[in-house]
Design a protein around this ligand. Structure first.
Ligand code: PEP
Ligand code: MG
Length: 832
């Protein structure tokens, strides 16, 4: 007999269990209860009791409240995937607690952003015949408010048929997050329905499989060997059911969500237990010891020695850095491009004017330039646009160069050992340049964004980088062994020996495959069944073209011409553009080169184009809208392209197309110029980056010679998630079925006109995505030069029929995580 008043364990809005967005809870599979959509960040004891279990991921706790009754409180839905991050337990199993005692403190923001829902069920998971009375639901509650009474009349335990054969079966827990509340509830439900008595043994510990508490208390992690023992009832059948639940490779998702006033659902990716989650900025896998790179700020005198002297020092500092950057900008590849951009920052009259003003106010030249950079950087950070904000680091970097030049000092030599994983609060492009020669294994950065210059540089160096890892990496000491999985955007500290060995083996296998693929060199890419697939390169400079040719690129599928236009004070002239285009085309002899028309605006500012400030720049004047609004810009770029001697190998591509009219307008301008210059046809293609373009691909294909899917933008516009926002980066996945359905629609629309489709966004270089894209009808993949050999090797292992089956399954999947699971299984089968 029990009669216990439960108090609200959390501040928030109380809900009936049926409103929990997870059927395992909502359908009462775990037992009766209710839930709270929290506004508070501390879970309290709803009554006196004893802590029975605390899940290893610290998101769920059970409390024995007497008379064999136990309560489970589960903070949020799918929070096991957060692997303990943001949860701070305040009690331990065995502790006696009083009503109102704090049990777990948690980061509510992290739960809201990182989990399927923050709704927190409180369930009676143990106790026969318990009913809930006087429940207060559908209203606001404060911690300690009366919530519901638990009443039981001491009903006899249900009869279990224990007669019959005893069946034993060994298996291994494969659930990625081990046995947690949801699969435990499914096991209990299966056991209760079977009428069998089932015991689960793990090592020397055992628990009844009819007891959720017992199961959770076993704390079964992925990889644990267990023995199932069943007697009576449908013993064999229930063992098969339990095994299926324990060996699922993906935790059963909280499927159909009943209507609930739940927190916004952010797409949740699978995160390896124990891993620290960040955002992938440059792909790859690395293993190595941690090495902290500490930011050095030189000692700078605040007051100056008089305006004249300080102005001279400033001028000398600017001149010295300009000369150095001028020489260094000739460095091949992305690094040269970034250093050129830094030279443009140095030439920014605003930076210089602010520094001069600082000197006039009495500052030393060094202090004045640092202050000027800080003011400029703060303005960029305040723009609210992550991509623009990332440029603040470049300004600080340039200012530090000037400070060193003024002080006559050199940045402390970067003596970074080879093979380490560099940890940093943030990285400046110049630091990365210094590290280029050090052969570091990878970069793990607390702050930063995936589109920053350092991210582009790291990708160009072929060094994996994960950014936005946050404070979780701060406690990692130098020398801590790390696995940096930049493909999934995670960092694992102190990995188990087996995990380390697996990572090393993957790295070795990849290196062998890369070497073989590179050796296969210039052979055109074809699938195992002979179907040719173009493997082209995405380029941003002449040096990139040379690297791509060396890697075996069959052409350029995307020349991002905005590299010529950004980070400078005036537009490049026709001649300047022509020189660059000519260089790129010459760098890829005999191969087609797709030159994309200027794609600025939005997240790629070009101040001299004077696009008025926009509240919503991603949806504003960007891409082809800029060129159509500024016909002289379009005219100059088309003239430059048409002046390339090898123009017959050039194709022109229109960015951010949203309607047929834009293609007609560009075609008109191109044809008029060709007529004027006496040049023959030049293929004109459309980028499919907006949902509008994908949905009308058949119409656009009527005015295009080729279509190329810009999956980066298409994904951000389909999912309504800013591609530059690190807070959303984990959810921005081009393998979301919504994106794939639009890609399928694009391929179908293009096929009606016989127009070929390529993908030049990041999805093309994702080995899990490429087979799906081919299965959907894409016939050219345009990837960064470093990915050419591996993409060719991947394509060679595929057959069209298999990719089409995979693509069909992906289109029917419910989430990006499900598509990734399908693609992973496909990759394993292909490897076998
Ligand atoms: C894209 O959006 O996928 C694309 C290739 O263009 P960018 O990344 O340059 O916007
Ligand atoms: Mg784009």
């Amino acid at each position: 007999m029990i009669d216990v008043q439960l108090k609200a364990p959390l501040a928030g809005w109380s809900l009936p269990l049926a409103a929990v967005p997870d059927p395992v809870f909502a359908e009462g599979m775990m037992g009766p209860g209710l839930a709270i959509d929290p506004t508070g960040d501390t879970l309290h004891a709803p009554c006196d009791g004893e802590v029975l279990t605390l899940h290893a991921a610290r998101h769920a706790i059970t409390l024995g409240v007497g008379a064999g009754v136990a309560l489970l409180m589960h903070i949020g839905i799918d929070t096991v995937a957060l692997a303990g991050r943001g949860f701070e337990p305040l009690v331990a199993p065995g502790d006696q607690v009083r009503a109102g005692d704090p049990l777990i403190r948690f980061d509510l923001d992290a739960v809201v952003l990182g989990a399927a829902s923050a709704v927190t069920p409180m369930i009676v998971v143990e106790g026969e015949g318990v009913t809930l009375v006087d429940a207060v639901v559908d209203g606001p509650v404060a911690v300690g408010d009366a919530l519901v009474r638990l009443v039981s009349a001491g009903v006899a335990a249900s009869a279990i048929a224990t007669a019959g054969e005893t069946v034993r079966h060994d298996t291994i827990v494969l659930l990625p997050h081990g046995l947690h509340a949801r699969p435990a509830a499914r096991i209990v439900a299966a056991v209760r329905a079977s009428g069998a008595e089932v015991t689960l043994h793990a090592g020397d510990r055992s628990a009844s499989a009819a007891s959720p508490i017992g199961l959770l208390a076993l704390g079964l992690a992925q990889g644990t060997a267990v023995t199932l023992e069943a007697r009576g009832g449908a013993a064999r059948q229930v063992i098969a059911e339990i095994e299926a639940l324990l060996t699922a490779e993906v935790d059963a998702a909280p499927a159909a969500a009943p209507a609930a006033p739940a927190a916004p659902r952010i797409v949740q990716r699978e995160i390896e237990p124990g891993a620290i989650a960040g955002v992938s900025a440059a792909p790859g896998l690395a293993v190595g010891p941690a090495f902290w790179l500490r930011m050095e700020t030189p000692d700078v005198p605040t007051s100056g020695d008089g305006c004249e002297i300080e102005r001279d020092r400033l001028a000398a500092g600017f001149a010295a850095v300009d000369a150095r950057l001028d020489t260094a900008a000739a460095t091949p590849g992305q690094l040269g491009g970034v250093l050129t951009a830094h030279r443009a920052i140095l030439a920014d009259p605003d930076l210089r004017a602010r520094a001069d003003a600082g000197i006039a106010a009495g500052l030393s030249a060094a202090a004045a330039v640092l202050a000027a950079a800080e003011t400029q950087g703060a303005a960029l950070r305040a723009s609210g646009n992550a991509r623009i904000a990332e440029r603040a680091d470049d300004i600080r970097d340039v200012a530090l160069r000037v400070v060193h030049a003024i002080l006559g000092t050199e940045p402390a030599a970067l003596s970074v050992p080879a093979g380490v994983i560099v940890l940093a609060d943030d990285l400046l492009p110049s630091q990365l340049a210094g590290l280029a020669a050090a052969r570091v294994g990878g970069f793990a950065v607390m702050r930063g964004g995936p589109t920053s210059h350092v991210a582009i540089l790291a990708a160009g160096m072929g060094v994996p980088m994960v950014v936005a890892l946050g404070e979780a990496i701060r406690p990692l000491a130098d020398g801590t062994m790390l696995v940096l999985d930049a493909d999934s955007g995670t960092l694992i500290a102190d990995p188990a020996e087996a995990r380390l060995a697996a990572a090393r083996e993957t790295i070795a296998t990849r290196a062998t495959a890369e070497a073989a693929a590179l050796a296969a060199g210039n052979r055109p890419a074809a699938m195992a069944d002979g179907l040719p697939i173009g493997v082209y390169a995405n380029l941003g400079s002449v040096a990139d073209a040379e690297a791509a040719a060396a890697a075996g690129a069959e052409g350029c599928g995307l020349l991002r011409t905005e590299f010529l236009f950004l980070d400078r004070a005036t537009a490049p002239s026709v001649d300047e553009q022509a020189t660059e285009y000519r260089g790129v085309v010459a760098g890829l002899p005999d191969r087609p080169v797709v030159i994309r028309l200027l794609d600025v605006g939005g997240d790629k500012p070009a101040p001299y184009l004077a696009i008025p400030a926009e509240e919503n720049p991603a949806l504003g004047v960007r891409g082809i809208r800029v060129a159509l609004a500024r016909p002289e810009v379009l005219d100059a770029q088309l003239r430059a392209i048409l002046s390339v001697p090898d123009v017959a190998r050039c194709r022109i591509m229109v960015p951010m197309v949203a309607s047929v009219d834009e293609m007609i307008a560009v075609r008109g301008a191109l044809d008029a110029l060709r007529g004027e210059l006496g040049i023959g046809p030049v293929p004109l293609g459309a980028m499919i980056e907006t949902p509008a373009a994908a949905a009308t691909a058949d119409l656009i294909a009527g005015h295009a010679d080729f279509l190329s899917i810009g999956s980066n933008d298409l994904t951000q516009y389909v999912l309504a998630m800013d591609r530059g926002n690190p807070a959303l980066a984990a959810g921005i996945d081009g393998l979301h079925p919504a994106v794939l359905r639009l890609i399928e629609m694009t391929c179908r629309g293009a096929a009606t006109r016989g127009v070929p489709v390529s993908v030049c966004g990041g999805l093309a270089a994702d080995p899990l995505a490429a087979p799906i894209l081919i299965g959907l009808g894409v016939r050219t993949l345009s990837v960064p030069p470093a990915r050419i050999p591996s993409t060719k090797a991947l394509v060679a292992a595929l057959t069209l029929a298999a990719t089409e089956r995979l693509a069909a399954a992906a289109l029917a999947a419910a989430s990006a995580a499900e598509v990734r699971a399908l693609a992973r299984r496909f990759a394993e089968d292909t490897d076998r």
